[in-house]
Write a protein that binds this ligand. Structure first.
Ligand code: ADP
Length: 287
């Protein structure tokens, strides 16, 4: 990556000046925080010509964005993935890529792939790889995902999908697995509703809509009935062990049967630690 002294963008960048006694540390990275959001890591290195506008000998010569975070999240139906994804993307600025949402968009488009996908989704089964794999790959390859990092939700759900992901060169940094007891999952699924206007997810018992107006427009996913949720859960249980075994070394299991803030606090800690590790290992980070 190349850059120039005038390319200091985005703005919340702080100069790092290494101690004079340690010339070897003239190249280093650090976090740039703005409000609540972790924006990026930037490399600061020594420049040979010292321009007059900046008195230290060190300045940002390239607003080089370090490798963005690549996170996967998994969990049974209604384990809280959607809610946590919203909180994660708000704070970390990652692109949320939900396999289920991509498939629902495909159905809504009226395409042949969408029609076929719906047949499997109705039965709570996995949609065949020939439909899902390229759909997810294409989304991961888009510029925003490459630049900002991604949060992959509901993918991979089988070892063949995991292998395909690896084959395309997508290597996640962390695999978050939400664990929730089954009886609670079913109750969560049947009470779940979506506000099509705001995209907000409600639960008729645990987080009911604020107004009558919102209540009147709420929709339910076609596969959020008890019968279909049980089928989805069965499919999930059949596949989860295979997928977990592929990502043993980067998996964190989170107890999902807590308030959304408590669950997020655990995830947030893991992500902050991950970023911190990168901060203290700059060479591997920026290579
Ligand atoms: N990676 C995937 N591979 C195959 N089918 C998928 C995948 N992700 C989602 N689906 C299909 O979409 C349905 C809905 O998925 P999703 O929206 O993630 O909800 P949930 O995880 O609550 O079942 C699944 O039951 C399955 O039929």
């Amino acid at each position: 990556m190349t850059g120039c002294v005038h390319c200091i963008s985005p703005p919340p960048v702080t100069l790092y000046t290494p101690p004079r006694t340690s010339p070897s540390s003239a190249s280093r990275s650090f976090f740039s925080f703005s409000g609540d959001a972790v924006h990026s890591l930037y490399r600061v290195r020594r420049v040979t010509r010292s321009p007059s506008i900046m008195s230290p000998k060190f300045q940002i010569v390239a607003a080089e964005k370090a490798k963005p975070l690549k996170i996967m999240i998994s969990g049974a139906p209604a384990s809280g993935k959607g809610t946590q994804c919203e909180l994660i993307t708000q704070k970390y600025g990652l692109v949320h890529i939900s396999a289920g949402d991509l498939l629902r968009a495909e159905i809504a488009s009226g395409s042949e792939n969408g029609r076929r996908a719906k047949e499997f989704m109705e039965k709570g089964q996995l949609v065949p790889d020939e439909i899902v794999v390229m759909m997810v790959k294409d989304r991961l390859s888009q510029k925003d995902s490459e630049q900002n990092g991604w949060l992959l939700d509901g993918y991979p759900r089988s070892s063949s999908q995991g292998k395909a992901l690896k084959g395309f060169g997508f290597q996640p940094d962390l695999f978050i697995v939400l664990e929730v007891p089954e009886d609670i999952l079913i109750e969560r699924v049947v009470g779940r509703r979506l506000d099509p206007v705001t995209g907000k997810i409600y639960h008729m018992k645990y987080s009911p809509p604020e107004t009558e107006e919102i209540a009147a427009r709420l929709t339910q996913r076609f596969d959020d009935t008890e019968e279909k949720a049980k089928l989805r859960l069965k499919t999930h249980n059949q596949n989860v062990t295979d997928v977990l075994s592929m990502y043993d070394d980067i998996t964190i299991k989170i107890e999902g049967n807590r308030s959304k803030d408590e669950v997020f606090a655990q995830i947030d800690t893991a992500l902050s630690e991950l970023l911190q590790q990168r901060n203290t290992a700059p060479s591997s980070l920026l290579s």
